[in-house]
Design a binder for this molecule. Structure first.
Ligand SMILES: Nc1nc2c(ncn2[C@@H]2O[C@H](COP(=O)(O)OP(=O)(O)OP(=O)(O)O)[C@@H](O)[C@H]2O)c(=O)[nH]1
Length: 383
C-alpha cells in the first residue's frame, strides 16, 4: 500500500542500490564521486530515521534526520562543484545548514510549528536544487555529455520548483497537517517528489560520470601520451574529415612530415628522459607556430605530421621554414644547455583526387630526400 512509511523505506532501499553502483565508480578517480557517495549514505540514514517517526525519539527523526538530508543535498552540490572544477562555498553551505538546524529546533522546542518546519526544509532543499540545476546547465559540455547534463540540470530545476511549491503551500499553512508524513493525497505527492531527489540525482550522476570516463578514454586514444599531440590514429581521422571538406570547397591542403635529425644521438648523449622532454618541447613549439585549424600529430617515435588546411605550396613552404628554424635549438629538460636538434621536413600539397594515404606517401618520400640531402632542410614532394 502506498503510504509515507513505505515510500521512505523504498527510497532508502533504492539509495542503497545506487550506493553500490556509485561505489564501482570510486576507482575512476573522477572528482566529486566521494561527495556523491557520502550524500547517498547521508540520505539513506536520514530516510530511515524519517521512517522511524513516532517510534523513536523526535530529536532523531526531526533534527538529526533533517540535518542529514539537508547535508546530503549540500554534498550533492559540492560533488558537482568538484566535478566541474568550481570553488566550493564551504562557509555559505555550513552557515545555511547551521541556520536551518537552529530554526528547526526553534520551531520544534520553542514554538512547535510543523508547517513552518516543513516550509523551511522545503525552501532549503529547493534553493540547493536550483543552484545545482543552474550550475550543471551552465557548464559547457561536448555532445556526448550534453544529454546527461541536461537531464540532471532539468530534473534539479524541476525538484527546485516542487520544493518551492511545497514551501509556499506549507508556509501559508494551506494544508493543515498533524504529521509531516501524513498520508493525505497532496502530502503524499510532495513526499514522493522529495524522495525522488536522491534516486534521480544518482542516475544523473552515474550518466555524467560515465560520460566523463568515455571522454577520458577517447582523449587517451586520440592523444599521444608523451607529447599531447594527436595520435597517429586520430591524425588519419582528422585528415580524412579535412579531405571531405577540401573536396567540397576545392581549397588547398598541405602536409608537412618532419623527423628529428640524429635523435638517437640525443638519447645516447643526454639520456632517454631528456629525449622525451625534447619531443614534448618540439610539440609545444610547433603548436605556438601553427593556427588553430592546423594540427600536429606524432606519427612515429620522433616523426611528426602537421596538417595545414587551406594552405598552398608557397604558404606551406613559409610555415615549414619557420618550423625548421624554431626547432633548430630545442632546450633540454632543465634548460641548462641547448641540445643541438634539427629537423628534416618533407612537404606535400594535395593534388586533385589524392587520398590521405597517397599524400602521406609523397610527403614521406620528400622527407627521405631531405634526410638524404644532408638533413636540417625541407624537401618538397613532386606532384
Ligand atoms: N626519448 C625517446 N626516444 C625515442 C622515442 N621514440 C623513439 N625514440 C628513439 O628515436 C631514435 C630514432 O633513431 P633513428 O631511427 O636511428 O633515427 P635518428 O637517430 O633520428 O636518425 P635520422 O632520423 O636518420 O636523422 C631511436 O633511438 C628511438 O629509440 C621516445 O618516445 N622517446
Amino acid at each position: 500500500m502506498l503510504n509515507s512509511f513505505n515510500l521512505l523505506l523504498l527510497t532508502a532501499a533504492f539509495g542503497v542500490v545506487m550506493l553500490f553502483v556509485l561505489l564501482s565508480l570510486m576507482r575512476s578517480g573522477i572528482p566529486g564521486v566521494r561527495d556523491w557517495l557520502l550524500a547517498i549514505v547521508s540520505a539513506v540514514v536520514a530516510l530511515l530515521l524519517f521512517a522511524g517517526r513516532g517510534k523513536i525519539a523526535p530529536i532523531l527523526t526531526i533534527e538529526l534526520a533533517n540535518t542529514l538530508y539537508a547535508a546530503a543535498i549540500c554534498l550533492l552540490y559540492t560533488g558537482f562543484c568538484r566535478f566541474l572544477s568550481r570553488p566550493i562555498p564551504v562557509k555559505t553551505l555550513a552557515g545555511s545548514l547551521a541556520l536551518l538546524i537552529a530554526l528547526l529546533s526553534l520551531f520544534h522546542y520553542g514554538r512547535d510549528m510543523l508547517h513552518v518546519r516543513i516550509a523551511l526544509v522545503s525552501l532549503f532543499h529547493g534553493a540547493l536544487c536550483l543552484v545545482i540545476g543552474l550550475l550543471v546547465l551552465r557548464a559547457s559540455s561536448d555532445d556526448t555529455a550534453r544529454y546527461s547534463r541536461r537531464f540532471t540540470g532539468c530534473m534539479a530545476i524541476f525538484f527546485a520548483f516542487c520544493h518551492g511549491v511545497r514551501g509556499i503551500v506549507h508556509g501559508s499553512n494551506l494544508e493543515q497537517l498533524s504529521s509531516a508524513f501524513q498520508s493525505s493525497p497532496v502530502n503524499l505527492l510532495f513526499i514522493s517528489m522529495g524522495t525522488m531527489v536522491i534516486p534521480v540525482f544518482s542516475m544523473g550522476i552515474i550518466m555524467i560520470v560515465h560520460n566523463r570516463m568515455m571522454e577520458q578514454a577517447m582523449a587517451a586514444a586520440n592523444r599521444d601520451f608523451l607529447t599531447g599531440a594527436w595520435s597517429r590514429r586520430a591524425f588519419f581521422e582528422l585528415a580524412e574529415r579535412e579531405l571531405v571538406r577540401v573536396r567540397r570547397t576545392g581549397r588547398a591542403l598541405s602536409l608537412l612530415l618532419f623527423d628529428v635529425d640524429h635523435f638517437k644521438q640525443i638519447n645516447d648523449t643526454h639520456g632517454h628522459a631528456v629525449g622525451d622532454r625534447v619531443l614534448q618541447e618540439i610539440v609545444q613549439r610547433v603548436e605556438k607556430e601553427i593556427r588553430g585549424m592546423d594540427c600536429i600529430a606524432r606519427v612515429g617515435g620522433e616523426e611528426f605530421a602537421v596538417l595545414l588546411p587551406e594552405t598552398d605550396a608557397a604558404a606551406a613552404m613559409v610555415i615549414a621554414e619557420r618550423l625548421r628554424l624554431t626547432l633548430a635549438a630545442v632546450p633540454d629538460a632543465a634548460q641548462i644547455r641547448l641540445v643541438p636538434c634539427t629537423v628534416s621536413i618533407g612537404m606535400a600539397v594535395r593534388t586533385e583526387q589524392e587520398s590521405v594515404a597517397d599524400l602521406m606517401r609523397r610527403a614521406d618520400t620528400a622527407l627521405y630526400q631531405a634526410k638524404a640531402g644532408g638533413r636540417n632542410r625541407i624537401a618538397s614532394a613532386a606532384a
